[in-house]
Ligand binder design. Structure first.
Ligand SMILES: N[C@H](CCC[C@H](N)C(=O)O)C(=O)O
Length: 279
């Protein structure tokens, strides 16, 4: 099986072109093996680039633990780059399907190759978590959640996949590695959750670390950055257009007031290709 390693702001996945070869069997197990940083290729997970009847391609994303995710912001930028650079769909505006949703993606090129991508991430959905103290449908901005004996105030936002955003003074290792895994599996989130620890630097600038559902800490999370942009506006902290600093680079986010969609712009890079021989 041929694969290509790509990353967006350091959030790295192994990509498999399923236009050129069959969709692999046992994909959850393959994701675990191929994402292994010692015995595999290494990455935050596996992304299949598949033909679609409704779009230029379908993205299917699996975390490093083999679990499926509905959406991947950094991944969809890389899928767009792959489609354009490898002549599968050489168009400046692409439609990409993920978990049944259609996303519109705009590519920017330098020397004929895509280096930056803008994604219409769609409308955020609030209160994706079942917080026990709230009635279903209550408008939720920040709700208290207990973990490690500490009361965290969290904003839960779905960008297709579930996120929980916490504004903190300092997104420390202690928070990410101790509170991250506990919040990921907190009873308020029956499908587990991606956790964003965010420090506000200015009304239009934030610093984010992410504990991802199924992959642990990653260098960046595009759906997470989108959720952070929304949470910043809802909690009255930030403007609708922000730059978010992640461990692996920066992403530009806008929660557009007119259409209620979140727009994410950031880099996409191809690193190497190879052949996977393990069965
Ligand atoms: N890093 C990805 C999100 C992966 C989310 C995944 N960990 C989940 O289970 O939802 C991004 O750039 O949006």
């Amino acid at each position: 099986m041929q694969f290509t390693k790509m990353h967006g702001a350091g959030n790295d996945y192994v990509y498999v072109d399923c236009f050129a070869q069959p969709i692999p069997d046992n994909v959850e197990q393959l994701a675990r093996q191929i994402a292994d940083r010692h015995c595999g290729v290494g990455g935050d997970g596996l992304i299949l680039i598949c033909p679609s009847e409704r779009a230029d391609a379908e993205m299917r994303m699996y975390n490093a633990d083999g679990s499926y995710s509905e959406m991947c912001g950094n991944g969809i930028r890389c899928v767009a780059k792959y489609l354009y650079d490898h002549n599968i769909a050489k168009k400046e505006t692409l439609a990409i399907e993920s978990a049944g949703s259609l996303l519109t993606v705009e590519v920017f090129t330098s020397a004929g190759k895509v280096n930056r991508v803008r994604v219409d991430m769609g409308e955020p959905v609030l209160n994706a978590a079942r917080i026990p103290t709230l009635l279903p449908g209550d408008p939720v901005v920040e709700v208290p959640l207990n973990a490690l004996g500490t009361l965290f105030r969290v904003t839960s936002v779905s960008m297709g996949n579930p996120h929980c955003v916490l504004f903190v003074d300092h997104p420390s290792d202690e928070l990410v590695f101790r509170a991250g895994p506990i919040l990921e599996r907190h009873e308020a989130f029956p499908n587990r959750v991606n956790v964003e620890f965010v420090q506000q630097l200015a009304p239009d600038r934030l610093k984010q670390r992410t504990w991802e559902r199924g992959s642990g800490e990653t260098l960046a999370c595009g759906t997470g950055a989108s959720a952070v942009c929304v949470a910043g506006v809802l909690t009255g902290r930030t403007q609708r257009k922000v730059t978010i600093e992640l461990l692996g680079g920066e992403l530009e986010l806008e929660w557009n007031e007119t259409d209620n969609h979140v727009y994410m712009t950031g880099p996409a890079e191809e690193v190497f290709s190879g052949e996977w021989n393990q069965s």
